[in-house]
Design a protein around this ligand. Structure first.
Ligand code: FAD
Length: 429
């Protein structure tokens, strides 16, 4: 009998627990440690920030589903992982021992790396539901007293889709409020070009996004390093190809929302052999750590090297479908280990993303994530907004039901020709 513990119950961790329950026997135990017992659907936060969603509509109480699926839930949160002792210390001083651990703790938001950055200082955020709700208050103030806006992603960020998404959603919300004509908008990004997305572009994301920004009168600055945020402006250094300063911009702003750089959470940081210098978990193609082979990791918390060199640091995004593919591979691999076999499943890590613009949007599929690719496709249209609502509804349904992959989801993915697991055969099989 094995005890498998999942650390973190966000987008990756919750379905991880459900898939483990399906992959293991009834005698094996599955536990989840999270900060709180509520699941919150992060991709809907940009909608919360303009009042298109309420908190209640994107959150799910995990307790009933966990109880139904025989998954123990520890809502205290982890204080520290003691990897050498196979033990997670909780914030109330108790500990949970494990045979296998899956880390799914998502990102810590590195606002402290830039002066004046973050909620509580001079900028808004959509990375957490609490931030999105206070961004909504700031949005109401902006509508009451229109002024310039800066949206984007700072140096070292790895999450660009939501920055574009929020720029277009805010633009639409300001149009609906009939104040768009009094809100100059600037998109500031560390990417070397618009539509790079941390993936060196997908299909024609450069052309599609530049055109959409021109169409909506959004100016942009690329290769941008933010020096500081102030109450009424953002000080941005635009750099040349070789990293030298091209221009210093002082961009006026009465409302700023920029995606921060991410790092690993404190409970798992600085563990020799487990994490890289920024605290991301080192895993191989089976989602398994080399030094601690009973530890796996999925989601934003894993270490992935950048696609290539850029003048300003640009990280690789970890999107929902890619995370689901890591989860499915991990469940299979842990089940194999419990059964005395070697791990053999590999997630595809394909980037499939829907970037909603409020009334339309852009979708892209990068297979594999790093170019050159077999599938390199991007498209736009009103259907993307509808598809994003579909993604939200059925992800939340999945979390509530306690089952990771309802039949129709499997079917839809197969129709698209997108698989979660790599069809490869290994020498060790
Ligand atoms: P999270 O969902 O952040 O979950 C991490 C969990 O770990 C949380 O529940 C947290 O409470 C818990 N945790 C952290 N520390 C501890 C601790 N010490 N002890 C216990 N628990 C802990 N991807 C898409 O595919 N489509 C989108 O439209 C999309 N939109 C996004 C919008 C935004 C604003 C952001 C930030 C990301 C978006 N993503 C999107 C990317 C990605 O899918 C999400 O970030 C996703 O939530 C990541 O899942 P995760 O499980 O890695 O982390």
């Amino acid at each position: 009998m094995a005890h498998v513990v999942v650390l973190g119950a966000g987008l990756g961790g919750t379905i991880m627990a459900y898939e483990l329950r399906d992959a293991l026997s009834r005698e094996d135990r599955v536990s989840v440690i999270n900060k709180g017992s509520v699941y919150s659907f992060v991709p809907s936060n940009p909608w919360v920030a303009v009042g298109w969603r309420e908190r209640e509509s994107i959150e799910v109480d995990l307790a009933p589903a966990c109880k139904r699926r025989d998954i123990a839930l520890y809502p205290q949160g982890a204080k520290r992982l003691h990897a050498a002792e196979n033990r997670v210390e909780l914030t109330d001083g108790t500990s949970v021992d494990y045979d296998y651990l899956v880390i799914a703790t998502g990102p810590e938001l590195a606002f402290d790396e830039i002066e004046g950055f973050g909620p509580g200082a001079h900028t808004q955020s959509v990375c957490h539901i609490d931030h999105a709700l206070s961004a909504k208050d700031a949005f109401d103030k902006l509508v009451a007293k229109p002024g310039p806006v800066v949206i984007g992603a700072v140096q070292g960020a790895s999450c660009y889709g939501p920055a574009y998404e929020f720029a277009f959603i805010l633009e639409k919300a300001l149009r609906d409020a009939k104040v768009r004509d009094r809100v100059p908008m600037t998109f500031v990004t560390s990417e070397p070009y618009i539509g790079h997305l941390g993936l060196d572009g997908v299909g024609d994301t450069k052309g599609l996004l530049e055109s959409a920004m021109r169409d909506k009168h959004i100016k942009w600055i690329t290769n941008a390093k933010v020096q500081k945020f102030e109450a009424d402006k953002v000080v941005v250094e635009e750099v040349n190809e070789d990293g030298t300063t091209k221009t210093i911009h002082e961009v006026p702003s009465s409302y700023t929302m920029m995606l921060p750089a991410f790092r690993g959470v404190e409970a798992v940081r600085d563990i020799e052999g487990l994490t890289n210098p920024r605290g991301f978990i080192l895993v191989d193609k089976h989602q398994q750590n080399g030094k601690y082979p009973n530890i796996f990791a999925v989601g934003v918390c894993i270490a992935i090297p950048p696609t290539g060199k850029t003048p300003v640091p640009v990280g690789v995004p970890k999107t929902g479908f890619m995370i689901e593919s890591m989860v499915t591979a991990t469940a299979k691999n842990i089940a194999r280990l419990v059964g005395g076999d070697k791990p053999n499943a590999q997630g595809t890590w394909n980037a499939v993303c829907l970037a909603d613009f409020g009334d339309g949007g852009i979708a892209f599929v990068a297979q594999p994530q790093i170019p050159p690719r077999n599938v390199n496709w991007a498209s736009q249209g009103k259907w993307v907004h509808a598809a994003k609502i579909g993604f939200e509804k059925y992800f939340l349904h999945k979390i509530k039901s306690g089952h990771s992959e309802p039949f129709y989801e499997k079917l839809a993915l197969q129709v698209l020709g997108i698989d979660k697991l790599k069809a490869v055969k290994f020498d060790d099989e």
